[in-house]
Design a protein around this ligand. Structure first.
Ligand SMILES: Nc1ncnc2c1ncn2[C@@H]1O[C@H](COP(=O)(O)OP(=O)(O)OP(=O)(O)O)[C@@H](O)[C@H]1O
Ligand SMILES: [Mg+2]
Length: 392
């Protein structure tokens, strides 16, 4: 064989793509299994929020959590928050999809219809003029969950879902990706409904994922969210888990790595899951045979960097305006992990206040985040290196 078969290349670089080996998340998965088991026994639990930079594996871990819930017989709804659609609409749609599947399998048809009637009522307030409607062929249970106040309506909807699963078993998991993109008002309502649920020990579990400033965004929305949710940091993989992410999928195809190859992959990827998938994929494709060597990794390094430059980094950079690009480059030039907005202004020779609109739009686009007032950092790992390597 001249080259290793690209068809059997196991690696999966891509947003939300299930990795061939979910390395280094065993503890988090066990923790979530316990949360689900506790909720099923009506013991107090908190909603779980996965928090981390771009490409660390929040979405795939969220999906894994969803599988855990499904395996325990739970009903699960999933959505990726969009800032241009109300949370009410997104919850209504995802709950509907979840309940349709549930209804098809369940024998408690009456109870399901009762829930759908409340869900329909809940959805009526999405667009008061009736331009948007949920395609449910039941009559809305008018007067419940249709007050127009999302906090109150969501509380009722959750209570109704809780009543349903108490009759038929299991629980309901509401999985929300990119939660930092929801409006502050919607997040306040969500927090209030979760707070109510936690007091009645409802079997509704809210599980979110978002960028590092998600805890700050939530606590701005409602101060008690620090105690309401359990924040789980999703971070880079340790050296041994980086090796496992690389070698375990290859071993299943009968392919090995030399120690030098693994050293270099660890150095190039810095343990970031997206980079691990990308560099390992390219190394596999250029390797003439097993074991994959340090030299193979070095040969493919440029290809991997090109892929990252056009996708992971480039797609984000291209979405930025000229002014935003200058701002990003200033942050990168300053070098540190976290830079002060005053320094950025100094670097650009502008007044800090004049840069606020640019900074705010970069925050909204999720390219930078701010956990401490007056500072910003990139949400994209190694973004500074990428920007600094760009031609001026
Ligand atoms: N534990 C892991 N082990 C190995 N690879 C992983 C792991 N977690 C994620 N990956 C890989 O990393 C990449 C990024 O994963 P994912 O899309 O879930 O990240 P994310 O944190 O949701 O990123 P974003 O903030 O951009 O949405 C995918 O290619 C995925 O296969
Ligand atoms: Mg994601």
């Amino acid at each position: 064989m001249l080259y290793m078969n690209p068809v059997t290349n196991p690696y999966a670089p891509g947003a939300g793509q299930q990795p061939p080996e979910l390395a280094g998340r065993d503890r988090e998965i066990r923790m979530f299994e316990q949360v689900v088991a506790r909720a099923a026994q009506d013991r107090p639990v908190r909603g779980v929020m996965l928090v981390g930079l771009r490409g660390v594996g929040k979405t795939v871990l969220l999906n894994r959590f969803r599988t855990v819930a499904l395996e325990q017989g739970w009903t699960t709804a999933k959505l990726e928050v969009r800032s241009d659609v109300s949370l009410r609409q997104q919850i209504a749609e995802s709950m509907h999809v979840a309940m349709r599947r549930f209804a098809a399998e369940s024998r408690a048809k009456g109870a399901v219809r009762q829930f759908l009637a409340v869900l329909k009522a809940f959805s009526l307030k999405v667009s008061p003029d009736g331009t948007w409607q949920l395609a449910i062929d039941v009559d809305a249970a008018r007067g419940s969950a249709d007050s127009g106040d999302l906090a109150a309506d969501l509380t009722l909807l959750f209570a109704e879902a809780d009543a349903l699963v108490r009759r038929v078993g299991g629980g309901v998991g509401l999985f929300m990706d990119e939660l930092q993109d929801a409006s502050q008002q919607d997040l306040t309502s969500l927090a209030v409904a979760c707070h109510e649920m936690s007091q009645t020990r409802g079997r509704i579990l809210v599980v979110g994922a978002g960028l590092p400033h998600l805890p700050a965004v939530l606590s701005d929305a409602k101060s008690y969210t620090e105690r309401l949710f359990e924040y789980v940091p999703v971070d880079r993989l340790s050296r041994s888990n980086t090796d496992r992410a690389v070698t375990a999928p290859a071993a299943r195809e009968g392919v090995a790595y030399t120690g030098g190859a693994l050293d270099l992959l660890a150095a190039l990827t810095d343990g970031y899951p997206f980079f691990i998938q990308m560099f390992a994929k390219e190394a596999w494709d250029v390797a003439p045979k097993s074991p994959i060597t340090e030299d193979d990794v070095r040969t493919s390094e440029g290809l991997a960097r090109q892929e990252l430059a056009s996708g992971f980094f480039g797609s984000r950079y291209e979405r930025a305006t000229q002014a935003e690009r200058s701002y990003l480059k200033a942050v990168a030039a300053l070098g540190a992990d976290r830079v002060s907005t005053a320094e950025v202004a100094g670097h650009l020779k502008k007044r800090p206040s004049s840069l606020s609109p640019v900074r705010d739009s970069l925050l909204r686009k999720g390219l930078i985040y701010s956990v401490e007032r007056g500072t910003v950092a990139f949400t994209v790992p190694h973004f500074a290196e990428f920007l600094n390597s760009q031609q001026p």
